[in-house]
Design a protein. Structure first.
Length: 294
């Protein structure tokens, strides 16, 4: 049975509209639901409704609403809204939605949450997350082996001939205030790297992209012009212009889909000249609830 990956949110951590902002793009997204981009997250769904989530954004409630429109997800059984979760790192867009997993809301039971040791220590030591661990709403599990030599972990055994769902966490350099950061390979077919400081700081970047049929990559900002007056050393993301240069040749043999857009990114408007230039270079732009068959 096929697996389908859904892009549950193609925005950067704060999404679009971004709270507190009155930029034109944010004001537009407040009145046009088609312009909204939720916090960064994807899930993998099988035909039996089993669903594995990568990152829990602050928009998880709206993302569940959207998933319920997918028949396979709507049919799912079980007490928890997901069968397992991977957390890539502790920036707010990637894990803060966990507040809904505790006893005031979903009251999950033993939900497996895969993460690095640093992320697990962070969750187990700090309120309100430590309560989820103590009350056994979530069960912290290692992403496998050591991060220096990551192994694949089976996160969803599947019945009959269907191959299991496996993840391989891949350490990537990214502003590490609280935890380290990982990207993830799903069944060695899809690579998801929503946050990375820059491609040159990750020696395995081209090798990993070349290994996968579909790559979903950090595209927070389009170019330097988007950040007038900002010290570029503070920007912990590659620019899309850099990404097109780095992986332009690899975009020919595979799907490279850009995601994690900041609210200021001109490609959020699919009619913009910047969006058209990305497509002309052979790359795709993530859209909300885009479905990718694996
Ligand atoms: Zn992020
Ligand atoms: Zn981040």
């Amino acid at each position: 049975m096929p697996l389908t990956v859904y892009i549950l949110g193609s925005g950067q951590d704060g999404g679009l509209p971004q709270f507190g902002s009155r930029m034109a793009a944010d004001m537009h997204a407040r009145v046009d639901p088609l312009a909204v981009r939720l916090g960064p997250s994807i899930c993998v769904l099988d035909d039996d409704g089993r669903c594995f989530l990568v990152d829990v954004s602050p928009d998880i409630k709206e993302q569940e609403n959207r998933l319920l429109a997918v028949p396979a997800y709507a049919r799912r059984a079980g007490v928890n809204p997901f069968d397992g979760v991977l957390l890539t790192h502790a920036h707010m867009g990637h894990y803060a939605g966990l507040v809904h997993f505790g006893r005031e809301a979903a009251n999950c039971r033993g939900l497996p949450v895969y993460c690095t040791e640093k992320m697990a220590s962070f969750l187990a030591a700090n309120a309100p997350w430590e309560q989820l661990v103590k009350l056994e709403n979530i069960e912290l599990r290692s992403v496998g082996a050591t991060l220096a030599s990551p192994a694949s972990v089976t996160v969803l055994p599947r019945a009959g001939q269907a191959p299991p769902l496996q993840i391989r966490a891949i350490p990537v350099p990214h502003r590490g205030e609280y935890t380290d950061t990982v990207g993830v390979s799903i069944n060695e077919k899809l690579l998801y790297v929503p946050d990375i400081d820059n491609w040159d700081a990750w020696p395995a970047a081209r090798e990993e992209v070349a290994k996968h049929e579909v790559c979903l990559l950090d595209a927070t900002f389009y170019s330097r012009e988007e950040l007038p007056g900002r010290d570029l050393r503070e920007i912990s993301h590659p620019f899309i212009t850099d990404t097109l240069a780095k992986f332009g040749d690899l975009a020919k043999g595979r799907r490279i889909i850009l995601t994690h857009f900041n609210h200021s990114n001109p490609v959020c408007d699919p009619g913009s000249k910047e969006a058209r230039s990305v497509q002309a270079a052979g790359f795709e732009l993530a859209q909300e609830m885009m479905a990718i068959a694996l």
